[in-house]
Unconditional design. Sequence first.
Length: 46
Amino acid sequence: MDYEKEWEPLVRIIMSENNAEHIAHTIAESEKRYIERVTDREKSLN
């Protein structure tokens, strides 16, 4: 696992000037990627 890649979003949040908006955007992006992964996995099972 590439820990640097994993922690980069968190570092960006901490350093961000507009934390609330950035956190919301980062969470939304993470959720979107998670949903895409789950959907892809379900499609591959069918």
